[in-house]
Design a protein around this ligand. Structure first.
Ligand SMILES: [Zn+2]
Length: 320
């Protein structure tokens, strides 16, 4: 890929004014030059004289819109160059970047950086994921902050309900290819496997009872024994996945310190995206992420509810 920037300073230099940044987004969204109306979907909108907005040619629609309408950047107060720098920083850093660090790097407020971070995570979330193929390792881990590191009110909440903040996450990994992470409730193991793995694949799992019966549905099912530290059996293993899990935990503990349960899936998607694009260069990953700007994520939808839930489900394991 031939891009005019290979490093972050070059990116800043390239997007030195907002018009260039806007043109770039326009080319990413509509590579054939036919501007699509976000309200009615009609192609070939015209450009207004200000060069910064468009008008729909559909006489029943006549919408006026800008390049960011219908994207994660819609209604943003930040210059697009800062968005691009943030996309670069988040996708290029092996473990991601905290909102405090992002705020310092870009000279913006911490709250703005936090919101930016979440919208970029949403961007790189696979919208229509393909089923995993070939030999697929499946394993579970617990991700979450230590209660002692929490704010007093949160600590009290977890103490009162007698639960900790550890959330089960399933990892599914192709031998040479992609990984996917799913935040799970513990009864959902088979559901998550079926949702993510092609029936022609061979599954490699631990001996958890929750996987029983999948042999009948899949091309093969190999179980490996964790309790005896035998991770390899007949050449099948979950070793790569174990390695990826420890990377995920280092990311959550080291960079983000603590992740709220209802946001964890988005952090998982960020980690999976980085892994799945590990073979391409930073500038190529940036452009790849720029293809995925469609969609919205509103601030009010991110505010932490009192009870930690995800998709309406209580995620916390009952204490034993
Ligand atoms: Zn229209």
């Amino acid at each position: 890929m031939n891009l005019p920037f290979k490093t972050l300073p070059e990116l800043f230099q390239y997007f030195r004014n907002e018009d260039i940044a806007r043109d770039f987004l326009e080319r990413q969204r509509w590579p054939d030059g036919k501007i699509v109306c976000p309200a009615c979907g009609k192609r070939g909108a015209y450009r207004n004289a200000d060069m910064r907005s468009y008008g729909c040619r559909n006489v029943e629609c006549k919408s006026k819109f800008t390049v960011t309408v219908g994207t994660m950047m819609e209604n943003t107060k930040l210059p697009l160059a800062k968005w691009y720098a943030a996309i670069w920083l988040i996708t290029a850093h092996k473990k991601g970047i905290s909102s405090c660090q992002l705020a310092r790097d870009l000279g913006i407020g911490q709250k703005a950086a936090w919101f930016l971070n979440h919208r970029i995570r949403e961007m790189v979330t696979e919208k229509a994921p393909e089923l995993l193929q070939d030999i697929v390792s499946v394993d579970e881990t617990f991700v979450g902050g230590k209660i002692t590191n929490m704010k007093k009110t949160k600590r009290k909440y977890y103490k009162d309900i007698g639960k900790d903040n550890k959330i089960p996450v399933m990892g599914l990994m192709e031998r040479e290819g992609k990984v996917r992470l799913e935040v799970i409730g513990y009864n959902d193991l088979k559901y998550m496997v079926r949702k993510n793995v092609d029936k022609g694949a061979i599954l490699v799992t631990d001996e958890h009872l929750g996987y029983r019966g999948l042999d009948n549905e899949y091309n093969g099912h190999v179980t490996v024994n964790h309790s005896h530290f035998v991770y390899t059996q007949d050449g099948f293993s979950t070793n790569n996945l174990e390695g990826f899990f420890s990377q995920l935990k280092r990311m959550v503990f080291g960079i983000y310190h603590q992740v709220s349960p209802q946001h964890l899936q988005r952090y998982c998607n960020e980690a999976a995206y980085r892994y799945n694009t590990r073979k391409i260069k930073d500038n190529e990953r940036f452009v790849d992420a720029m293809q995925k700007t469609g969609g919205r994520l509103k601030y009010k939808d991110l505010i932490i509810p009192k009870t930690p839930t995800y998709n309406g489900k209580d995620l916390i394991e009952p204490s034993k």
